[in-house]
Design a protein around this ligand. Structure first.
Ligand SMILES: *Cc1c(COP(=O)(O)O)cnc(C)c1O
Length: 395
């Protein structure tokens, strides 16, 4: 028998990844996350980041991070419930509550940690969680950590959601409906008004993870809830500070009661060190800039509209996105990966996304447009996408 420490069982699984063509090497970016990056030693146009507003490398945001390090040091030193709650963490939550137009905000170390901690804390045995089938992996894991029962409704299908509610509502104490605000693979927006109506009809709680909506939708990027004017109607409004805000972190916005409880039972808050001062200082700066001006979100949407319009005129299938997320749907898995690779060889980095991340036969490359792209960069990317698409007989 071989030595167990050789991890043969993992080696076998890795070989399986290689045999099925899904093994990958991590791309290496040698500089900041910008519209043009030095990827694996080659200059390429970056159509793959979540840095929607270009804040990740903004001078003012970097300066705020440096100032926070000078004042508070590199690390927070403890979890928030012991001595890791600095006055800037309090300031951050106040600024975010104002931005989100909600009573209170609790910050977590990431969007992932937020879902892993919040969902289990606000549900118990005897409750039911109903989740959209396309919800993000961190929601799926968060739901797994809850003692509540689980049900899944067909993507954005309000009839299916109501079917489950009719069948099961009466057998449970609380029912929590969970959805992404914006679905990251297709760029479509959740049917929040209808969902909130159903939640009211059946006395349910609502939980919206707006990772791709915050900084993008609503007034100056206030998110999907603001976009639909549903303030006060969504009980738990989740956002990340890692995408449009350009730094790292996650939060729940909602009522003071929500905050009081999560500060006692949100396990990542109790058992994991709080966000480092640099991140907190940078986020406060980003959010303040967003509140002051619509310059960032206007630029993002102008770029997205420009890019989408040109791609559909070229004859590409760009799906049903309602946000700057722009999929180019290819279908076949291998062809999708070939397309992505050829684009990279020609100077455009846009990741290929295939099964199991999206359903079989719906492979796509996903273009992420940001406020940072210049028109010249977008034009160059479009002409490369045209050339490669013609070579591969996609258009
Ligand atoms: C990206 C994403 C997350 C994770 O956020 P991080 O801050 O990167 O951990 C959570 N939920 C959704 C819907 C996401 O798209």
């Amino acid at each position: 028998m071989s030595n167990v420490h050789e991890l043969t069982y993992l080696k076998e699984k890795i070989q399986e990844l290689k045999d099925t063509g899904v093994y990958r090497q991590l791309p290496v970016n040698a500089g900041p996350c910008e519209a043009v990056i030095d990827l694996n030693g080659k200059e390429v146009i970056n159509l793959s980041s979540n840095n929607y507003l270009g804040l990740a490398n903004h001078e003012k945001v970097k300066k705020a991070a440096i100032d926070a390090v000078n004042k508070y040091g590199a690390g927070a030193g403890a979890v928030r419930t012991i001595v890791g709650n600095m006055d800037i963490h309090e300031e951050l939550e106040a600024v975010l509550a104002k931005f989100k137009r909600e009573e209170a905000v609790v910050v977590f170390q990431s969007g992932f940690a937020c879902n892993a901690g919040a969902i289990q804390a606000i549900t118990s045995k005897g409750d039911l969680i109903i989740s959209d089938e396309l919800n993000h992996a961190s929601i799926i894991d968060g739901v797994r950590l809850s003692k509540a029962d689980k049900a899944v409704f067909k993507h954005s299908d309000m009839n299916d959601l109501e079917r489950i509610l009719k069948e099961k509502r009466d057998s449970y104490n609380n029912v929590l409906i969970i959805t992404d605000g914006v679905f990251s693979m297709d760029g479509d927006i959740a049917k929040l008004p209808e969902m909130v109506e159903l939640a009211e009809k059946y006395h349910c709680l609502t939980y919206v993870d707006d990772a791709h909506g915050s900084g993008v939708l609503g007034e100056n990027g206030r998110g999907t809830v603001d976009h639909f004017g549903l303030h006060g109607k969504v009980d738990f409004s989740i956002g990340t500070l890692s995408k449009a805000i350009g730094v790292v972190g996650g939060y729940v916005a909602g009522s003071k009661t929500m905050k009081e409880w999560l500060l006692h039972r949100g396990r990542p808050i109790l058992f994991s060190t709080s966000l480092p001062p640099a991140a907190v200082g940078a986020i406060i700066q980003s959010v303040k800039m967003l509140m002051e001006s619509s310059e960032f979100t206007d630029k993002l949407w102008n770029n997205a509209r420009y890019f989408k319009d040109k791609l559909s005129k070229l004859g590409y299938n760009i799906g049903k996105s309602e946000t700057p997320i722009t999929p180019i749907i290819i279908g076949d898995e291998k062809k999708t990966m070939d397309f992505s690779k050829a684009l990279l060889d020609n100077g455009v980095f846009v990741s290929g996304i295939v099964f199991p991340t999206v359903p079989k036969g719906t492979g796509r490359v996903r273009c992420m447009i940001t406020a940072n792209h210049t028109t010249a960069q977008l034009d160059k990317a479009i002409s490369i996408i045209e050339k490669v698409g013609k070579t591969l007989n996609i258009i």
